[in-house]
Ligand binder design. Structure first.
Ligand code: CTP
Length: 206
């Protein structure tokens, strides 16, 4: 199998030196890539900026903004069998990027933000025979929200995790299917969860 993986955060620039982003370390996505390679499959990684070294033996594509992640994933997805979307994509971007650097004036500033495009939803729309595993980071009404996301983004399965997962070594996740049923529950180091997830997917689609 050839599997596309998204990982890490994206960045949205306010001006040429300042951006908004989030605290994603990329660990979960990178662990998934390693698990894919170890299981003898091909991994294509599209990663936002992280401090981890690029995993060995995968096809690596570095991106910074959500728009770049979108463009790169759209290009790569058709040649893959499925996608695992572990990236913590920025949900908002400044309405316009200021050229140069905004200077201080002694007063506050207002920043108008608009929603970014949804990478996973876009892949969901051109999915055809391919499978899609999304991630859902939920702080409340976890299962209901995760199921809504699965449907909105046309996923086959969604990994439900919680804000404690961000930048942590360990994680505790549930895997939900299209009916909202919990089909697996894994807890432990992200590398172990990644191995379980990849094996589970291979058993279903392999
Ligand atoms: N995702 C994406 N593009 C976005 C936002 C999210 O591809 N612009 C993907 C993530 O990689 C993840 C899934 O969609 O696989 C769900 O991400 P999450 O942050 O949990 O949900 P959002 O859709 O951003 O919704 P909300 O922030 O309101 O919970």
């Amino acid at each position: 199998m050839r599997i596309l993986v998204t990982a890490g955060p994206t960045r949205e620039y306010i001006d040429d030196v300042r951006y908004i982003s989030n605290a994603s370390s990329g660990r979960m996505g990178y662990a998934i890539v390693s698990a894919i390679v170890q299981a003898g499959h091909e991994a294509v990684l599209v990663s936002g900026p992280v401090s981890l070294p690029a995993p060995l033996d995968c096809e690596f594509h570095a991106v910074e903004s959500t728009e770049q992640m979108m463009q790169t994933c759209r290009e790569l997805f058709p040649a893959c069998d499925g996608v695992i979307a572990a990236a913590a994509v920025c949900d908002y971007q400044p309405k316009s990027r200021v050229k140069g650097k905004i200077s201080k004036t002694g007063d506050g500033i207002f920043l108008e933000m608009i929603e970014t495009d949804d990478v996973l939803a876009a892949l969901g729309q051109c999915k055809e025979h391919r499978w899609i595993v999304g991630f859902a980071l939920e702080a409340q009404n976890e299962r209901e929200n995760a199921l809504q996301k699965l449907r909105r983004k046309n996923c086959n399965w969604i990994v439900l995790n919680r804000p404690e997962a961000i930048a942590a070594e360990n994680n505790s996740v549930e895997l939900l299917d299209e009916t909202g049923r919990t089909v697996a529950h894994w807890e432990g180091p992200k590398s172990q969860i990644a191995g379980d997830l990849v094996k589970w997917i291979a058993d279903q689609v392999g």
